[in-house]
Ligand binder design. Structure first.
Ligand code: GDP
Length: 194
């Protein structure tokens, strides 16, 4: 999609605050620092729209971005940041659970992992949990400019194996916000699920 207009429409902590106009939604999830803001900015062709690097301690909200008046990207706060308190962790869990389990407009989830490393325990729990709810998932392996293309197959199978990847409802794509590798494929997946 060629994106010209994006608005940050809403920061929500609970269902009463979600947008009410019924546009399809694609959620973006991943642990802090995985490259989620960079991916979002690449997809919407902006340099600094989504903030890079999460801000620990800040209120964690779901951020709804209106993209071309056609869909919402729902930016889910980064998980797995070591310094968040137990209370913040619980609030995060409650907020995302409420969203994922109740949101009819949610068409798919782009779930980010770092291409270079084995998925973390948090990555695996998130994947298992999303998978349980039967929502289409695109696993995006970020920062793929840091590994050589000749190793893509090897890295992809390691990531899939660790996650317990299920081809039935999940797809996989390498991505780089540095080189834009995979941008068109991520957009194709999103448009196919809108
Ligand atoms: P977020 O916390 O998930 O939103 O992560 P950011 O988008 O802020 O990225 C975290 C760090 O990783 C920043 O220093 C980015 O410059 C870097 N980064 C993000 N995407 C890429 C990528 O595709 N390639 C490389 N080499 N670095 C990246």
């Amino acid at each position: 999609m060629d994106v010209h207009n994006v608005d940050m429409v809403m920061s929500a902590v609970s269902a009463a605050q979600y947008p009410t106009d019924g546009k399809p939604e694609i959620a973006l999830v991943g642990r802090s620092n995985v490259g989620k803001s960079s991916l979002t900015n690449t997809l919407i062709q902006r340099k600094n729209f989504a903030r890079t690097s999460s801000q620990p301690g800040k209120t964690q909200t779901l951020n709804f971005y209106n993209v071309e008046d056609k869909l919402y990207f729902v930016d889910v706060p980064g998980y797995g940041y070591a310094k968040v308190s137990k209370k913040q962790r619980e609030e995060f869990g409650r907020m995302i659970e409420e969203y994922i389990t109740s949101r009819k407009q949610l068409r798919g989830i782009v779930s980010l992992v770092d291409a270079r490393h084995e998925p973390t325990e948090d990555d695996v729990s998130m994947y298992e949990w999303l998978h349980y709810y039967n929502i289409p998932i695109l696993i995006v392996a970020t920062k793929s400019d840091k590994i050589s293309k000749s190793k893509f197959n090897k890295y992809a199978s390691n990531i899939k194996q660790t996650l317990g990847f299920d081809e039935d409802d999940s797809e996989f794509q390498f991505f780089s916000s540095e080189t834009k590798y995979g941008k068109d494929q991520v957009w194709e997946w999103i448009e196919a699920h809108m």
